[in-house]
Design a protein around this ligand. Structure first.
Ligand code: ATP
Ligand code: MG
Length: 240
């Protein structure tokens, strides 16, 4: 099976900081993959490299077998890769409906708009389509970021801590939507809350200090001594 995403010896330096250190991993199509690790371990940097916001200092990135290293972000979106941002990036002057329309059309996926509207309703944004971002709660802003990514029609969806600020009900509702789409899309999910990661992800990669420290199924990851020592901590594991 051709991985939908492959990082091959990717290194990203910022001056003296090595944010990613010779990282290689695959993401299989149709899976929900977790990308976890302590603060500053390089997770968001990995998303920036995959989505074209950063050109890696070294290494290659492949999407569906094709070398996409250094492709510009807008072109990545057209190829089928879309990300959310840890701090939502929305146009303040566009309503929810307009945001989805623009996202679909910028990706050359006009027909994705109708589907995005339906998804927006499914996750509780239906009554807020005419609202501006400034009128949305934190949770609704997160949800809008997710639906906006869906509107692009992306086959590879990168979600950067989209559960932050959501209640457990909202997390469940959002996770359901992600699962529903997982048959047609591949997800990579950055998330700190272990319970959500373990429940949602079928496979997990762990970054520690920019290095890939472990990869495996949730059970393997929670019982990996290096991961426990570096990141999870006994208490969080017990509640996972
Ligand atoms: N544009 C940048 N310029 C300089 N240093 C950066 C830049 N982006 C990230 N870094 C550094 O690279 C390292 C990895 O950062 P990154 O944001 O990828 O971590 P993260 O795993 O997403 O952390 P968090 O869980 O806190 O979001 C950190 O040391 C960070 O300070
Ligand atoms: Mg981050």
């Amino acid at each position: 099976m051709i991985p939908i995403l492959r990082l091959q010896h990717v290194t990203q330096r910022f001056g003296g900081v090595v944010a990613l250190d010779d990282v290689s991993f695959d993401v299989l199509p149709g899976q929900i993959t977790g990308l976890i690790g302590p603060n500053g371990s390089g997770k968001t940097t990995a998303f920036a490299v995959v989505s074209g916001f950063l050109r890696p200092t070294e290494g290659r990135v492949f999407f569906e077998g094709r070398d996409i290293t250094g492709v510009q972000p807008h072109e990545m979106t057209r190829l089928g890769i879309a990300r959310t941002f840890q701090t939502p990036q929305l146009f303040t002057s566009l309503t929810v409906r307009e945001t989805l329309e623009v996202a679909a059309s910028a990706a050359g996926n006009e027909k994705g708009f109708e589907g995005a509207l339906r998804t927006a309703s499914d996750i509780g944004l239906g009554s807020k389509l005419e609202h501006l971002p400034g009128e949305l709660t934190t949770a609704d802003t997160r949800l809008l970021e997710i639906v906006k990514v869906f509107a692009t029609g992306a086959r590879l969806v990168l979600l950067d801590e989209v559960f932050a600020g959501l209640s457990s009900t909202e997390i469940d509702r959002t996770a359901q939507v992600i699962r529903r789409y997982a048959s047609e899309k591949s997800f990579v999910v950055i998330e700190h809350r272990m319970r959500a990661v373990m429940a949602l992800c079928e496979y997990i990669h762990v970054l520690v200090y920019g290095r890939l420290a472990a990869s495996g199924e949730p059970q393997e990851i929670t019982s990996n001594p290096e991961v426990i020592a570096a990141y999870l901590g006994a208490e969080e594991l017990a509640h996972a």
